[in-house]
Design a protein around this ligand. Structure first.
Ligand code: B12
Ligand code: SF4
Ligand code: SF4
Length: 421
């Protein structure tokens, strides 16, 4: 399938026009439910203003081409991820903290850089280039359900913590990719005939996430991306070796949050993240687009929407006040928000502005979330169950009273590393 710079999709309805996804391609009437099959179960609310999102409008891209976002600080933020970190005195921002964070990014950076001479930034603006193309001979698939179960087991073998499968829904493809040097639109090319998306999650280190804000905590992000890069490379090659198409993707090519929700990995939260039953919001997602016949999963609800309706810990704790306190709404504060989806939406200019000021990423909204727990402990699993019931207000009160979500000093993290605890 080809998607050109204007977001036009050949062989498929033009999803940039609202009318194309209304029943029978007619303008919306008051009683219309402009959902696709499965949207309601996933909790998606799509309106007549829907427009596919262009990658060049996300904050990372705008930080290079948009003078209202680009600054000395934002450029230093990016430089600091390479070999040019500027350690400072504050705990969590010293040489060892940046050293660990940047080391954790190494594998993801290697993939991102390996085809730069060919104009690609793999994993972030372009999908990974296949090592070898699909073999000519296709392995027959008698049971898409069995193949789906096998693929999920192999995803885990190659390092993913969670895997789910959903349909290839082009609404969540970027209308165009951003060219890595000029940040101009370029086509979001994909092979023909894709039918499924395998969405994977890598759990992030709990102790490191507890130390946000710090450069040290960013090691959990780098480790996640490096893990993703290796996992999608291996699993996609396995599928190509079976004779099918498989496009390995990290942050590039599509919005992963709606795909992860549809693939049954978790529910959407006020902090703009998918909250999984296994790790809460503490995961990083990657994906593979394929035509391998696979059974699709359905969304799973466990009470997150209802809990977020009575909770605002993420919004309260966000230093630049980038997260919403009210109910889900359409649109956003600026061009970095998708149009025509009613959901909780952050003001990401404020969010990224804080990162630039800190010269380091932030995830305080992940740290403080009551679903950010170590669910290997039975007590936490019990708390999660109760949070999904009418006792949610009590659980929220207890969470705050018992001091969960507080910052762990980066020095304590280094101390526990030394002590092996
Ligand atoms: C660009 C980007 C950012 C930008 C902000 C997004 C923006 N508007 O530009 C910045 C740099 C600020 C950022 C910050 C963070 N990010 Co970020 N980000 C992305 C990235 C690469 C692209 C998203 C995008 O294009 N957004 C632009 C438009 C669409 O944004 P939007 O309208 O506000 O929509 C957001 C959500 O509402 C949701 N969404 C979009 N469409 C729809 C449709 C429906 C129906 C629903 C329910 C949701 C939904 O996804 C969007 C995520 O930004 C994604 C990976 C990916 N390809 O999806 C990771 C990603 C969303 N980020 C992630 C994370 C974890 C973070 C941080 C915690 C940073 C960190 N240290 O880890 C913070 C959290 C900030 C916050 N509370 O939102 C994770 C989320 C994991 C999870 N558990 O869900 C992702 C998926 C990366 C990954 N590999 O896992 N991020
Ligand atoms: S990452 Fe930090 S700045 Fe951004 S929304 Fe979350 S708490 Fe706020
Ligand atoms: S902190 Fe509270 S409101 Fe925010 S995502 Fe977590 S549960 Fe929802």
């Amino acid at each position: 399938m080809q998607v050109d710079a204007a977001g036009e999709v050949d062989r498929m309805p033009d999803m940039t026009e609202a009318t194309s996804y209304y029943p029978a391609n007619r303008p919306p009437e008051p009683d219309d439910q402009p959902f696709r099959d499965g949207d309601r179960e996933a909790g998606f609310e799509i309106t007549g203003n829907f427009r596919r999102f262009s990658q060049r409008d996300d904050m990372f891209c705008r930080a290079f081409w948009d003078d209202t976002v680009r600054s000395k600080e934002s450029l230093e933020f990016f430089r600091g991820h390479g070999g040019k970190a500027k350690p400072r005195r504050g705990e969590g921002f010293q040489q060892k903290d940046f050293a660990l964070r940047n080391a954790a990014w190494t594998v993801a950076d290697d993939y991102a850089d390996r085809n730069r001479p060919r104009g690609l930034r793999e994993g972030f603006q372009d999908p990974q280039e296949p090592r070898y193309p699909p073999v000519d001979q296709k392995v027959p698939v008698d049971s898409p359900a069995e193949m789906a179960a096998e693929i999920k087991r192999i995803a885990r073998l190659f390092g993913a913590d969670l895997a789910g499968i959903t349909d290839f829904d082009e609404r969540w493809l970027y209308a165009s990719r951003a060219e890595y040097k000029t940040f101009e639109d370029k086509p979001n090319d994909l092979p023909d005939g894709l039918t499924s998306v395998i969405v994977m999650a890598h759990g992030m280190d709990h102790g490191l996430v507890q130390s946000y804000p710090s450069a040290l905590a960013g090691a959990a992000v780098g480790k996640g991306y490096s893990g993703e890069a290796a996992t999608v490379a291996q699993l996609s090659q396995y599928i190509r070796n079976l004779g099918y198409q498989a496009v390995a993707s990290m942050n590039d090519t599509a919005l992963v949050i709606p795909l992860a929700i549809k693939a049954g990995l978790g529910e959407y939260g006020r902090n703009q993240m998918v909250i999984t039953p296994e790790f809460g919001p503490r995961v990083r997602f990657s994906k593979i687009f394929t035509d391998l016949p696979l059974r699709h999963d359905g969304p799973r609800r466990f009470g997150v929407t209802e809990f977020c309706a009575i909770c605002s810990r993420c919004a309260d704790a966000c230093p630049p006040k980038a997260l919403p306190h009210g109910p889900p709404a359409e649109g956003g504060a600026n061009r970095s928000a998708i149009q025509g989806v009613r959901k909780w939406t952050a003001d990401c200019e404020k969010c990224f502005g804080y990162w630039a000021k800190m010269r380091s990423d932030c995830a305080i909204c992940m740290r403080v979330c009551p679903f950010n727990k170590d669910f290997s402990r039975w007590q936490m699993r019990l708390a999660r169950r109760l949070a999904g019931t009418g006792l949610r207000r009590l659980m929220l009160w207890l969470d705050i009273k018992l001091g969960y979500g507080g910052r762990r000093k980066p020095g304590q993290w280094w101390q526990s590393l030394r002590e092996g605890t």
